[in-house]
Design a protein around this ligand. Structure first.
Ligand code: PLP
Length: 370
């Protein structure tokens, strides 16, 4: 007789980041420049069928928009309800239940839950070790390798030569599937998306939640060889992208008014300004290719930092005990007035000592600056 609840779910929990309301939310890397104007127009123009009829089985209009924007063949694309859904489907499609998923950590917090939800075990290899030799990710014969590039939460981008070495090692072995999560590639200098249709064992995932400003609609996609794309589509199942989300996504991808290009550029500029502002305060942000910055705080103090900044009305994301990094805080890059608001809150925390300051960190002397 089968047992319910399933025993291997006993240790699983619901995903519960700190989502209490706050005046300024810079915790989840969504686009703080507001909604895409073209997407807003497309949603307002939705007809009755958008409400009452089922969407495409496999998001044909969205696929066509991806073909237009990225020039990849339609049969190399899979889509889903957010790239989380694409990742979940790929975790399922990779192999029968069981086995391990390896990943270089710290990385995306959903890797372990998606592994566990799909009856697999996640094995975290510290970045420093994985970077020294990509084959460490293949030790123990995993069913799947996950790499995030640029990486969440550090913002670092693994060198292209390193990815090539990993893919060459995978090709020699005839597997496993490698997922390259490019959720932040829009903010980075390069990507493997265009090449993915011809690289066996690779799936490059993308999201419309960050650069495209559509986190509320939950749209993601991925590109691989037609074989990889088809296996993930089978695992994903039909009707995953709603009609309304598909309309918004097509408008954002076509980006006729250049909004994505503009706000992405501004995010990259503000990332450099924020990096300098943090350094000016004696903090040590990690150079980032994404729309966020991670800076270290004293070990054991990430929670205190979270609480102290929240008391100032600002949420950023705490990362206690990251491999290679220790305790750290991740802040989303946003329009500059929001960055100033964040820096004010940070200065108050540093000046009041309401959270432990890293060695050498201090609020700028405002009197002297004036
Ligand atoms: C935000 C994020 C995603 C999730 O994207 P959705 O499309 O909103 O599901 C995937 N991967 C990484 C690394 C992310 O940070």
């Amino acid at each position: 007789m089968s047992r319910f609840p399933r025993p291997d779910y006993q240790s699983l929990d619901l995903y519960a980041p700190d989502r209490r309301p706050v005046a300024l939310d810079l915790a989840d890397n969504t686009n703080r420049w507001g909604p895409h104007p073209g997407a807003v127009t497309a949603v307002r123009a939705a007809d009755d069928d958008t409400y009452t009829r089922y969407p495409y089985l496999y998001a044909n209009d969205l696929r066509d928009a991806i073909v237009r924007r990225y020039g990849v063949p339609a049969d190399s694309i899979t889509t889903g309800c957010g790239s989380d859904d694409v990742l979940d489907s790929a975790f399922r499609a990779a192999a029968p239940e069981g086995g391990t998923v390896t990943f270089a950590g710290p990385s995306f917090s959903m890797v372990e839950p998606f592994a566990n939800m799909n009856g697999r075990r996640a094995v975290e290899i510290p970045w420093s070790r994985a970077l020294a030799d990509p084959e460490t990710l293949l030790a123990g014969d995993p069913v799947l390798v996950y790499v995030c590039r640029p990486n969440n939460p550090t913002g670092e981008s693994a060198p292209r030569a390193w990815i090539d070495a990993l893919l060459a090692a995978v090709a020699r072995r005839g597997g496993p599937l490698v997922i390259l999560d490019e959720a932040y590639a829009d903010f980075a200098p390069e990507s493997l998306l265009a090449e993915a249709p011809t690289i066996p064992h690779l799936l490059v995932t993308r999201t419309l939640s960050k650069a495209f400003g559509l986190a509320g609609f939950r749209v993601g996609f991925a590109v691989g060889t037609p074989v990889v794309a088809r296996e993930v589509e089978k695992s994903r199942g039909p009707y995953k992208v709603s009609r309304i989300a598909e309309r918004a996504a097509v408008a954002a991808l076509d980006d006729e008014d250049g909004w994505v290009t503009r706000t992405t550029l501004e995010a990259v500029e503000n990332r450099a300004k924020l990096f300098a502002a943090l350094q000016e305060r004696g903090l040590r942000p990690i150079p980032s290719c994404a729309n966020f910055l991670l800076f270290q705080v004293p070990d054991g103090s990430a929670r205190a930092w979270n609480d102290a900044l929240r008391a100032q009305g600002v949420a950023i994301r705490p990362f206690p005990a990251c491999p290679d990094v220790g305790d750290a805080m991740r802040v989303t890059v946003a329009p500059w007035p929001m960055m100033e608001r964040f820096l004010d809150a940070l200065d108050t925390v540093l000046a009041e000592g309401s959270a432990p300051a890293p060695p050498g960190a201090r609020a700028p002397d405002r009197k002297a600056a004036e």
